[in-house]
Design a protein. Sequence first.
Length: 140
Amino acid sequence: MSFDGESVTSESLAGKRSLFCFYPFAFSGVCTDQFSVYQGDIEQFKQRGVDLYAISVDALPSANAFKESLGVTDITFLADFEPKGQVAQAFGTYREGGFNDRSVFLIEPDGTIGWSKKMPTPGEFPGTDEVIAGIDAASA
């Protein structure tokens, strides 16, 4: 996966808590709402030492334009474009037809998944309270 021309690898995430937020389509209403809400509540994530990553199968220019249009500053947008959906497939959240399910995965510092949530439809996203509860439960 990449952002701003830089690759994000398991090695670059080692020792950190990361929340992978897979989303289906840049510029859609639900995706816009999800990342606007998460940006508004970013301090709750920071207090728990969690970095947020928004991941779609869109090309990097689309991911960057989407981030810029949202005015999001504290969430890194990643392109899982080439090979298309390779990371989403590894997490079991890629859909035939070329897009992601909406899902979130808490990646612990040792690389294991501490908590996850896959939404029943792409039209829903887990709110901050639900995600924070999952992060807190994984920390207990």
